[in-house]
Design a protein around this ligand. Structure first.
Ligand code: PRX
Length: 681
């Protein structure tokens, strides 16, 4: 092994040819799979799962202490867990000191230094793939950590990251974690206004962005969006700009600096100045690691806060077990790092496990609908983790895009983000997995940090469109509206209710940034001593869970969480709009579409112009992902005498129902229902 390392290191560093480079890392990964033993906490059979689950509930302290002992700690914990849901206050591995980047990078260097940590597949297939080994990742992260320090970033500062899917995004995230700065990644599709809100709420003082990002045939001018977002913000100290697209950008003297200049300077410093250390900051187990904004049923998006130790243990544990990861495998999670899935299963989980994580810049349908399959074939991907909406989109293109693509390397398939319908599940199983790859349907949320309910690939049974069983440490419970546990079964032997979790797990949300009361109200106040997920679920006679969707006013459009209130606020910003009400309705590809009922008091003749302008307004205020699919102008909304909109009725109309609206006599104006129904689009 050492001989191979000393031979390969210099070659890999100098390797300019993409082909040779790819060959090296494939060979390396193959060797690694033989020399690195698998994980001590990996579950190998259904019996082992049952044993682990039992132990995690009956002796959580011992259970988690034994799992945590597989990580690198600067100081061991004093207490494994201490929590209550009433404040809420949750602490895991209390008193421990660590840095997550040492677990994701440094501790692998000796054995995996030359293994690919990240393989980057650019948007444009003609561009060169980049392979970043663990050694190179270490160098880049330390260097960029130095850049952050040079620019005045210190522990606890909030750093907003608004970048495309380039390796530098992963470097930026990890560099923040290395020095203890709290990263707040914002998805590249959000508008300037959304960024302004997030920057203000998190009181961020630093921004890392790109000149632009490629998404399919489009170029998104990220730096321009940032400029617009911070036009009135005097608190931003520095904006670091990575050059990806070479589109023209404005650079404000003293505030805006180029990534490459800063990196060059830091490299020189690190080479020449022995007094500069690349040591990772010592973090407390409960120090915040990052903030990620997500939509709730009311108000502006909330800044979900995750802390260092629990999140690290959970993402690694779930990654290794759910995907049954084996050393040397290549894991391709198609999510964007701007969402929790990218944080947990492109960056932290896979890297902490020493895996090779494939980072893809583009979209599944560009330059054609065979893009995923080309990537799987080219890199011999073993684990593919994607969203049902992507599967349904690709299904729509038929089997032609699969022609000539060798998918035989695939071993495990996964889905996340929304319920997967059986048709899509079977298509995935038959055409992508060739009926040989277990499919894991992973249910979880931004607030849970990592996977909560899922089958373990090939170990616990799969059931199409069912997330199935909880991970060890997760205690799901179904309750009725009043919070009483649902015991009764329907004719099919199933229980149905609102999904809650009974006890804390290591990566549960710690707070919502700047407003702990909001965290309590949103997740812990609906039902006493329970974490409420906002989802409805059913449970079968085997204890398998099927998630049926949100029971609050949150939409799930193509796996993206959007609140109806947020979309309504955006629509109401358009001149002439008096009021609006937004509901979700079934959409074949996106899972849910957005249907907006709008009271508009301007000239209604120019209907198409009004619609286009409303769409433009929503794009401007939130971003294109929140654009309504249907906009119906109405003269009134079905309201109760107390002024509450009866969304249940609007939902039924949007779903195409023409009767069975239930009791509408309590409405202020029952006749409005007929009018809205007749005008349905
Ligand atoms: O409604 C559930 C749905 O996505 C919501 C969480 O969204 P977000 O915080 O953006 O995180 C998405 C990625 C983890 C959940 O409340 N959801 C997520 N996974 C599934 C799912 N619904 C059904 N099945 C799933 N596997």
């Amino acid at each position: 092994m050492e001989m191979y390392d000393s031979l390969c290191s210099p070659l890999l560093d100098k390797c300019q040819s993409e082909k040779l480079n790819l060959l090296f890392y494939k060979l390396y990964n193959k060797i690694m799979s033989d020399v690195v033993s698998s994980f001590p906490f990996q579950i190998h059979s259904f019996e082992e799962y049952e044993k682990s689950y039992k132990a995690s509930i009956e002796q959580p302290e011992n259970f988690w202490a034994s799992i945590a002992s597989n990580f690198y700690w600067k100081k061991k914990w004093d207490k494994v867990q201490e929590w209550n849901f009433s404040e809420p206050k949750v602490e895991w591995f209390k008193g421990a000191k660590l840095n997550i980047t040492e677990n994701c990078i440094d501790r692998h260097l000796q054995k995996l230094g030359n293994q690919a940590a990240i393989i980057w597949e650019p948007n444009n297939p003609e561009e060169k793939t980049r392979v970043i080994t663990y050694s190179q990742l270490h160098k880049s992260v330390c260097q960029f950590a130095q850049v952050l320090k040079n620019n005045g970033v210190t522990k606890g500062d909030r750093v907003c990251i608004y970048m495309g899917m380039v390796p530098e995004l992963a470097f930026a995230v990890l560099a923040c974690a290395r020095i203890g700065a709290i990263h707040n990644v914002i998805f590249g599709g959000f508008s300037a206004q959304s960024i302004t809100d997030r920057i203000e709420d998190s009181q961020a003082t630093f921004i890392i962005t790109c000149d632009g990002a490629y998404r399919g045939a489009k170029l998104i001018p990220l730096k321009n969006v940032i400029d617009e977002a911070i036009i009135e913000n005097k608190k931003i100290k520095k904006v670091i700009v990575f050059e990806r697209t070479q589109n023209p950008v404005s650079m404000l003297k003293e505030r805006d600096v180029w990534w490459k200049d800063e990196m060059k300077f830091a490299e020189m410093q690190l080479e020449n100045d022995v007094s500069i250390s690349t040591n990772a900051e010592v973090m407390d187990a409960e120090d915040p690691l990052f903030i990620l904004y997500t939509s709730g049923s009311t108000g502006k998006p909330k800044g979900v806060v995750h802390s260092c130790a629990g999140y690290m243990v959970w993402t690694t544990y779930t990654f290794v077990n759910v995907f049954q990861y084996k050393p040397g495998q290549i894991h391709f999670c198609t999510a964007d790092i701007g969402w929790i899935t990218g944080h947990s299963y492109i960056i932290y989980g896979p890297l902490a496990a020493g895996a090779t994580s494939l980072l893809f810049e583009g979209i599944p349908t560009w330059p054609d609908a065979g893009r995923f399959w080309d990537i799987v074939d080219k890199h011999k991907v073993e684990i593919l983790y994607t969203a049902p909406t992507a599967i349904r989109t690709l299904m729509g293109f038929g089997l032609d895009p699969l022609q000539g693509k060798d998918l035989s390397s695939l071993k495990i398939l996964g889905t996340v983000g929304e319920p997967i319908n059986e048709e899509a599940w079977h298509w995935y199983d038959e055409n992508i997995g060739k009926k040989k790859c277990p499919i894991v349907d992973t249910w979880w949320q931004t607030e849970t940090g990592g996977i909560m309910i899922s089958n373990l690939a090939g170990i616990t049974p799969a059931k199409p469109s069912w997330a199935t069983l909880p991970m060890p440490g997760v205690q799901p419970i179904l309750v009725d509206e009043k919070g009483k546990e649902v015991i009764e079964k329907n004719d099919l032997g199933m229980q149905k209710g609102n999904l809650c979790i009974k006890a804390a797990w290591p990566s549960i949300v710690r707070t919502t940034y700047g407003d702990h009361g909001r965290c309590r109200n949103n997740y812990f106040a609906t039902y006493k001593n329970l974490y409420f997920t906002g989802d409805g679920a059913i449970k079968d006679e085997n204890g398998f869970f099927r998630i049926t969707g949100r029971v609050d006013d949150v939409l799930n459009v193509s796996g993206h969480r959007i609140s109806t209130a947020e979309v309504e606020n955006a629509i109401n910003m358009y001149a002439g709009v008096v009021e609006s009400a937004v509901v979700g309705y079934p959409n074949e590809i996106k899972g849910q579409g957005i249907y907006a009922f709008v009271i508009y008091n301007g000239n209604q003749k120019e209907l198409e112009i009004i619609r286009t302008n409303i769409l433009q307004t929503v794009t401007k205020i939130i971003g294109p992902i929140a654009k309504p699919d249907k906009i119906q102008l109405v003269s009134g909304l079905p309201k109760t005498r107390s002024g509450k909109i009866m969304r249940r009725i609007l939902r039924k109309i949007a779903e195409g129902e023409s009767e069975n609206f239930g009791d509408i006599t309590t409405l202020l104006d029952p006749a409005i229902v007929e009018e809205i129904k007749n005008g349905k689009i």
